[in-house]
Design a protein around this ligand. Structure first.
Ligand code: ZN
Length: 282
């Protein structure tokens, strides 16, 4: 497991079985103390500073409370002595706060990225985070505004819902992007060109529709029809947790599809320009 993902990718209220984390990993997630053997695995975090509007390597501040430090040295002894169960003792702590500072000149606390954790029933839970994942993700999908404002907005909503742990709801928006904004306009083109009749298209299921419009669609979608099956299944049959688990891979798939769409449009534009130029030769 990449522990950075817990901070920057996973939704709020994600739970991690303590059994899946080593003591060092767990301590490095919830604490940071300079020169400690057990809490130094996560000193920096490569993220995006929403104030500077730049990619930034954030640097961890030390965990604050003196009491925590004392307990930590007890825990250190505990680990060395192997007498007391670390994970049970951490459960009594309440919340753990990690703060990462933007190192750019003149940056102050308003640039901080802050994360809260709690340990309960042998699970580590991420219970708070600011800026939100949706805010951090925003920038990566901003380019899709050029494609279509509603694609951007619906993608943004999908990510926002997923970052709050709402799985099925996020799938609805991803599905709308594929169905309404990617495939439907191409089917419309085929009808207008007279290649297919409206009835033919109306009667086809979605897989068939992709097949019909395949030459006009982004290749990744055509080659991976499963994307739509998972989205469709998610809305009707999958559990919340299953949708949440599938979300990152579907999100990346949609990004690939939209990137291909942008490339397609740019290529068409270039082709048109060049053929205009070529036609100038008489
Ligand atoms: Zn900053």
């Amino acid at each position: 497991m990449q522990i950075e993902n817990i901070f920057l990718k996973d939704s709020l209220y994600s739970q991690y079985d303590l059994e899946s984390l080593s003591d060092e990993e767990l301590l490095s997630i919830i604490f940071y103390f300079e020169n400690s053997d057990y809490t130094d695995k996560l000193k920096t975090l490569d993220s995006y500073c929403s104030v500077c509007k730049k990619e930034t390597t954030f640097i961890s501040k030390e965990s604050k409370r003196e009491a925590l430090y004392e307990t930590l040295s007890q825990i250190n002894e505990t680990i060395i002595g192997g007498k007391l169960d670390l994970k049970t003792s951490l459960e009594k702590f309440g919340t753990f706060e990690r703060v990462f500072k933007c190192p750019r000149p003149l940056s102050d606390e308003s640039h901080d990225q802050i994360f809260f954790f709690r340990i309960k029933n042998s699970e580590l839970i991420k219970v708070g985070q600011t800026p939100s994942i949706a805010d951090l993700e925003n920038r990566s999908i901003y380019k899709y505004r050029a494609l279509d404002e509603s694609i951007y907005q619906e993608f943004n909503r999908a990510i926002g819902l997923a970052s709050h742990g709402i799985g099925v709801g996020s799938f609805v928006y991803l599905r709308r992007i594929v169905e309404k904004h990617i495939v439907a306009p191409k089917l419309q083109t085929l009808i207008e060109e007279g290649t297919n009749t409206a009835e033919e298209i109306y009667n086809a299921d979605f897989k068939k529709k992709i097949e019909i419009a395949k030459t006009l669609l982004p290749p990744f979608l055509v080659e991976n029809k499963k994307i739509y099956s998972i989205l469709s299944k998610g809305v009707h049959e999958l559990e919340e947790q299953e949708c949440r688990d599938f979300f990152p891979v579907l999100k990346t798939s949609i990004e690939i599809i939209l990137d291909e769409r942008i490339e397609q449009i740019e290529r068409e534009k270039k082709n048109r320009l060049i053929s205009v130029e070529l036609n100038k030769f008489k």
